[in-house]
Write a protein that binds this ligand. Structure first.
Ligand code: HAM
Length: 439
């Protein structure tokens, strides 16, 4: 009996033609992040579970409910990475790089969270992230935010709003948590089980609750902004002034507490804001989230080292670009060469291979067979031009190239191209069509 397999729920196959959008995002990221001085790092997909417990935080949703955790054969508890900030810090410390005054890194890759699935929320998803270590200055915060902003603009996602908040320094937190607890405590009796649980485990997370019934209470809650130390307040002021100088608009969002425990001072998110309704992402509109984490490097065993970073959800950006109709141009063969069965096939394959080695996108059907079927194949792969490499062409030393891209009813347009001029002809045609250059 045959068994049918399917991908694990929430973990998607990424296939053509949509993969071209992924490649476009990744290519743009590598270009742009390189220009801004960020170097790529790749850390393992599996890490010690304790790394995430110590950094993201034991009582966060991510660690308490969403990690894929297992024991390996040696009995160690390992987890699929739910995010890449902690692994990057681990690598920075492990390789002695935390001693460098300034380090700027970026990463691209899959993360894993056992989340409730919906549009734009998956269990294997991809992040593009950047982390900068060593500068506590507001200029560093703003560099990171401007980098995310520039990337979103470069890939054509413009309808985003930057939400900004400051969570202050660790020393500012206890007084605030006390005030927040006192604010919610008299109402806990009327809370849902989930809200009561959040109240007990991590009261600050109540600020970004999705429960409508809690809205009024959240709105009247004490603001962390009123509890900031003078230094944290001055830093936040500077961040805002610099964003103003760069003409990057933002909204202050005192409820932006983020779902990970390591944040200090600046936190931010870019949220997709369609003109009407919810748009392609439904309620999963946050395409980028990040912030400062000035104590994490030390907390994970490194030196005192301020740091800030962000990560973008690539799955969400792909959905958005699709929805905005911004697919990269389809990859299409420039020329499809039909081959004859027999001795000439080897000549044709040699020619095709040579053209491909020169970077031309030339296609053929390795099965050969009837010319009619090969024309159909050329149409199926959307080749722009078609030619047959037959006995006559071989003798003449030239091909009759037919333009398949003409609208229906237009007279067939054919040109004769000498075989030894074919490569240059393809270069000229590619240039005139402005097709994508070969890699
Ligand atoms: P995060 O807010 O948990 O932050 O994730 C960042 C982004 O990843 C989100 O804004 C979203 O676009 C995407 N994302 C998260 N979960 C999913 C999911 N289940 N499916 C699809 N996309 C998702 C972090 O991960 C931090 N490490 C960011 C950071 C870097 N902070 C400082 N440095």
């Amino acid at each position: 009996m045959s068994v049918k397999f399917a991908a694990v729920k929430g973990m998607n196959d990424l296939l053509p033609p949509q993969i071209e959008t992924w490649q476009f995002l990744e290519h743009t990221a590598r270009q742009l992040f390189g220009v801004w001085g960020y170097s790529e790092v790749r850390t393992p997909i599996v890490e010690d579970t304790a790394l995430f417990v110590r950094s993201v935080g034991e009582v966060t949703d991510i660690v308490s409910k969403e990690m894929y955790t297992f024991d390996d054969k040696a009995g160690r508890s390992l987890s699929l990475r739910p995010e890449n900030t902690a692994p990057a810090v681990r690598a920075l410390i492990e390789h002695g790089l935390a001693q460098q005054p300034l380090t700027r890194w970026f990463y691209l890759g899959p993360m894993f969270r056992y989340e409730r699935m919906k549009t734009g929320r998956y269990r294997q998803f991809y992040q593009l992230g950047a982390e900068a270590y060593g500068a506590a200055d507001a200029a560093q915060d703003v560099e990171l935010i401007a980098l995310a902003h520039s990337f979103l603009a470069a890939v054509g996602v413009k309808q985003v709003t930057l939400h900004l908040n400051s969570l202050g320094d660790p020393a500012d937190r206890p007084r605030y948590l006390e005030a927040l607890t006192a604010h919610f405590a008299p109402h806990v009796g009327a809370f849902s089980d989930a809200a009561r649980d959040t109240f007990e485990r991590n009261v600050m997370r109540l600020l970004d609750t999705k429960e409508e019934a809690l809205r009024p209470l959240v709105e009247s809650a004490p603001r962390l902004g009123d509890f900031l130390s003078d230094a944290a307040r001055a830093h936040f002021g500077e961040v805002q002034a610099l964003l103003g100088a760069l003409k990057i608009p933002f909204v202050l969002d005192p409820t932006l507490v983020r779902g990970l425990d390591y944040y200090t001072r600046t936190t931010f998110e870019f949220v997709y804001q369609p003109v009407e309704g919810e748009g392609a992402l439904g309620t999963a509109g946050t395409v980028c989230g990040g912030g400062r984490y000035d104590v994490l490097v030390h907390q994970l065993g490194g030196p005192e080292k301020p740091a800030i970073g962000f990560a973008m959800g690539l799955d969400r950006l792909v959905l958005l670009l699709d929805d905005l109709g911004k697919r990269p141009a389809e990859r299409r063969p420039l020329l499809f060469l039909a081959t004859m069965d027999g001795a000439l096939k080897s000549q044709a394959v040699t020619l095709i291979t040579a053209l491909r080695q020169q970077g031309h996108q030339v296609d053929f059907d390795p099965r050969g067979g009837k010319i009619k079927r090969q024309i159909e194949r050329a149409a199926a792969v959307k080749a722009r031009f078609f030619a047959v490499y037959g006995e006559a062409e071989h003798q003449r030393g030239s091909l009759t190239v037919k333009n398949l891209d003409l609208p229906d009813g237009a007279p067939d347009k054919e040109v004769t191209v000498p075989l030894d001029a074919l490569s240059q002809w393809l270069v000229n045609v590619a240039a005139s069509l402005a097709v994508r250059p070969s890699p």
